[in-house]
Design a protein around this ligand. Structure first.
Ligand code: CP
Ligand code: NVA
Length: 317
């Protein structure tokens, strides 16, 4: 993207929330990825002048928590950990009150929780940007880092095929929406009882149609990955589904992203996983550690993608 256009696309995002991958337009998503690359390679510097990001995480996190914290530090801002166990959030103070109070102190909130309705509620009551740091429905910050990683390997994203195999979960949903915005063909391969959300599928298909790409759901792992440029998987039991772990392991038998499945993809195919991973379940140890794996570059890219996102939402450009 031409740089002046990218800057104007990013300035449109100042003060906005990022609750879903579909909250950005195709052009805004491309501009965020372009800025992420510029920040990563030192072509651009952003100074947020001491702005503060509050982190409200009701679920565990390594990558998201640390990458947001380091991103703010590198941008000249800082983070306050509003862990529910040390704030009144854990005591059940209403979101309407918490959001209005925190808006008087901090400049943005990154929230990891269960229901998407909770981040929507925070965004409704807060007067500052609210970022979805993972809900049961979506993981939009992850998808930005994922497509940055694919772009670094293949250059152009448009026309590539990304195949996600496993549970039709939050990560799958954001990949479908973000991939559709970027003109990537997205295939989700899953057992029929674990298909993605119907409304997300419909929305991602509508977005993909605007770019001439397709979003498909298939119930055969080999058909799902055949010829794909990027193979992606995630845990079979997400946070909050711990009690379904055994049952899900049975339902997903045959869905491991292993060497045989990788052999069906394009010979240049890369392997992605949002992490944390369970080797021997959704991904084989050999594929995870093999030459096609980009999982640690992908994890690093959380930092760069979120720096770009924060710079845009917090008006640091
Ligand atoms: N991929 C990801 O969001 O990891 P964390 O749960 O460690 O933040
Ligand atoms: N689908 C996983 C992603 C973790 C980063 C979960 O929600 O637990």
């Amino acid at each position: 993207m031409e740089s002046a256009t990218a800057v104007s696309r990013l300035s449109e995002l100042r003060g906005r929330d990022f609750l879903s991958s579909a909250d950005l337009t195709a052009e805004q998503t491309e501009a965020v990825l372009s800025l992420a690359g510029d920040l990563k390679h030192g072509r651009r510097r952003v100074d947020l002048g001491g702005k503060v990001l509050g982190l409200i995480f009701l679920k565990a996190s390594t990558r998201t928590r640390v990458s947001f914290s380091v991103a703010m530090a590198r941008l000249g801002g800082q983070v306050i950990d509003l862990n529910p166990s040390v704030t009144q959030v854990g005591r059940g103070e209403p979101i309407a009150d918490t959001a209005r109070v925190l808006s008087r102190y901090v400049d943005a909130l990154a929230i990891r929780t269960f229901a998407q309705a909770e981040v929507d509620d925070y965004a409704h009551w807060a007067s500052i940007p609210v970022i979805n740091a993972l809900t049961d429905l979506e993981h939009p910050c992850q998808a930005l880092a994922d497509f940055l990683t694919v772009q670094e390997t293949f250059g152009e994203l448009e026309g590539l095929t990304l195949s996600y195999v496993g549970d039709g979960n939050n990560v799958a949903h954001s990949l479908m929406l973000c991939g559709a915005l970027l003109g990537v063909n997205v295939r989700v391969g899953c057992p029929s009882d674990f298909a993605p959300d119907a409304a997300i599928l419909e929305r991602s298909r509508a977005l993909a149609a605007e770019r001439g790409s397709v979003v498909e759901v298939l119930h055969d792992p080999v058909a799902a990955v055949r010829g794909a440029h990027a193979l992606y998987t995630d845990v079979w039991a997400s946070m909050g589904q711990e009690e379904e772990k055994e049952e899900r392991q049975q339902a997903f038998a045959g869905w491991c992203l292993d060497e045989d499945l990788l052999a069906e993809a394009d010979p240049r195919a890369i392997v992605l996983h949002c992490l944390p991973a369970y080797r021997g379940l959704e991904i084989s140890a050999g594929v995870m550690e093999g030459s096609a794996s980009r999982v640690f570059d992908q994890a690093e890219n959380r930092l760069h993608a979120q720096q770009a996102l924060l710079a845009a939402l917090l008006g640091g450009l």
